[in-house]
Design a protein around this ligand. Structure first.
Ligand SMILES: O=P(O)(O)OC[C@H]1O[C@](O)(CO)[C@@H](O)[C@@H]1O
Length: 553
């Protein structure tokens, strides 16, 4: 595939940016076009997702011509062809020779899905049989039929995993807390920092604790170390009476390592190598979600995801919501030099959403090498960050409003709250902030307005808001339930796909995390051997030496 900047539409977009978009004033675009909101908004409607989701792209640097050119870029970059290859099970993860098939995990619509000519949905290890196993197991644990070694119900779940084996389950269980079993406590232990495990164990009773060891590879150092620590704790606390088989299950693709660890393969929930870690919450890795919110809600979560897959797969580019989101990402990164992408949910339940999206976006598109092995001559993945609002407004929004950087932002709100307390006052205040922030970022505040308010002349520059800062507003038409959450996550998954497809990079490997892992392994050995960091550069060696001295190792 040709690098993005060699495509004719890329040059056309550059010329368009220089002619029109550089001087584009959002508020004037609204003043001169009564239909702008309607023209640049799209509503996601789907069977299985009870609420419509409105995506308002109108407060972005878009004209009809921009949209046409961006769509042309997507066509020339082969976005549809690449998308179809993904859904066909082709090995589009070309550096690992793997299919990218997380869409099969939520294929509740009965699509024919095959990898290497094999149906991935049926058969003993197929998607449907793992789902059946998850259903059976989660129902037994929730009902108390599956008990611990002393006959007590398991109500304390400790998920041990990191990266995609942690962030998805944490984010989703937090987002769906409203649906969670009231008698269940969840802990997510990811960090190798012993504090993480120690604090979870302090709050756990071995008789009622179920450990889910979540690791695609089952070789990740943090997870295997944490899992072994948990197992030792369990055996020690139960004086050898504890039955590992009743208290430990594995969520993994690696049966050999799972059994080596001591977990019976009957208590293993499998998936395949075509599921990337950051796309794995839909797989067995989502078992904590099913345990907490119940299998029926987990199934709704998959259904909402599938509905967005269907939209992405079948909708023409110009109406295709994740395609539009991805095109805007490219537009701002490469034509306006925006370095970041802010995602701020106006929703406390979504407080880990941005953390989840960080891995999704930055592990996928934090690449500089294109498909032919050459270095991209353009910017790729943006730095994604975010926090829930209104909290974020009181911390870093100063820079978003008045800083020197362009920060395209997404705001997310549900029309209805799960907790309409105080006569829904909180929800109305939350909503008013959601509207106000996008409006303020767009319209700004002029010197004349400040003068009319009686602002002293010397303060006017400080109180001026230039405005013209783009936002995408996403409004869920009801509460955010499992299906709506599934659809929202998949919006971002496919947005990330579209960006990567245009940038001509492989969004599905993660070689960039390897070097640090290898060095850490080597240094770990050195910490137990004599020496003071010799053989490293002076800074690293000096730090190792100082650490050994301070810690008396
Ligand atoms: O599930 P695993 O194999 O333990 O991997 C955990 C995480 O580590 C990574 O490979 C990065 O180091 C992620 O891509 C992955 O989600």
């Amino acid at each position: 595939m040709a690098p993005a900047n060699t495509l004719p539409a890329w040059s056309e977009l550059q010329a368009h940016r220089d002619d029109v978009a550089k001087n584009f004033v959002l508020k004037e675009a609204f003043a001169s076009d009564a239909d702008r909101f309607g023209r640049f908004s799209r509503t996601f409607k789907a069977a299985g997702v009870s609420a419509d989701i409105l995506f308002d792209f109108s407060k972005n640097f878009l004209t009809n011509e921009t949209l046409d050119l961006l769509v042309k870029l997507a066509e020339q970059a082969g976005v549809e062809r690449k998308r179809d290859a993904m859904f066909r099970g082709d090995k589009i993860n070309f550096t690992e020779n793997r299919a990218v098939y997380h869409t099969a995990l939520r294929n509740v619509g009965g699509w024919d899905m095959k990898v290497d000519g094999q149906d991935v949905m049926s058969g003993p290890n197929g998607v449907n049989s793992v789902l059946e196993h998850m259903k059976e197991f989660s129902e037994k644990v929730r009902s108390g039929e599956w008990t611990g070694f002393s006959g007590k119900k398991l109500t304390n779940i400790v998920n041990v995993g990191i990266g995609g084996s942690d962030l998805g389950p944490v984010m989703v269980t937090e987002a769906l807390k409203h649906y969670g079993a009231p008698d269940m406590t969840l802990h997510f232990v990811s960090n190798i920092d012993g504090t993480h495990m120690a604090e979870a164990l302090k709050a756990s009773d071995p008789e009622t604790t179920l450990f889910l060891i979540a690791s695609k590879t089952f070789t990740t150092a943090e997870t295997t170390t944490n899992a072994n620590t948990a197992k030792s704790w369990f055996l020690e606390k139960t004086g050898g009476k504890g039955d590992v088989a009743k208290h430990f299950v594995a969520l993994s693709t690696n049966e050999a390592e799972v059994t080596k660890f001591g977990i019976d393969s009957a208590n293993m929930f499998g998936f395949e190598s075509w599921v990337g870690g950051r796309y794995s919450v839909w797989s067995a890795i989502g078992l904590s979600v099913a345990l907490y919110v119940g299998y029926d809600n987990f199934y709704k979560f998959l259904s909402g995801a599938h509905a967005m897959d269907k939209h992405f797969r079948e909708t023409p580019l110009k109406e295709n919501i994740p395609v539009l989101g991805g095109l805007l990402g490219v537009w701002y990164s490469d034509f306006f030099q925006a370095q970041t992408h802010l995602v701020a949910p106006f929703d406390q339940y979504l407080h880990r959403f941005a953390a989840y999206l960080q891995q999704l976006s930055m592990e996928s598109n934090g690449k500089a090498i294109t498909s032919d092995g050459s270095t991209a001559k353009y910017t790729t993945g943006a730095i994604l960050f975010g926090e829930p609002c209104t909290n974020a407004q009181h911390s870093f929004f100063q820079l978003v409003h008045q800083g020197t950087k362009l920060i395209p932002a997404d705001f997310i709100l549900a029309a209805k709250s799960h907790n309409p307390i105080h006569d829904n006052l909180h929800q109305k205040m939350l909503a008013s902030n959601y509207f106000a922030q996008a409006e303020a970022l767009m319209v700004g505040k002029t010197d004349d307005q400040l003068r009319a308010e009686g602002t002293p002349e010397d303060l006017i520059p400080h109180k001026r808001f230039l405005g013209n800062r783009p936002t995408t507003s996403i409004l869920v038409g009801d509460v955010i339930g499992p299906a709506e959450l599934g659809a929202l996550i998949v919006y971002y998954e496919h947005l990330t796909f579209v960006e990567g497809a245009i940038w001509d990079i492989n969004s599905f490997d993660q070689w960039g995390v390897e070097l640090g892992k290898v060095l850490a392994k080597k240094i770990l050995k050195e910490l137990d051997e004599p020496g003071n960091g010799e053989g490293h550069d002076a800074s690293t060696g000096g730090l190792i030496g100082a650490f050994k001295q301070f810690a008396k190792i």
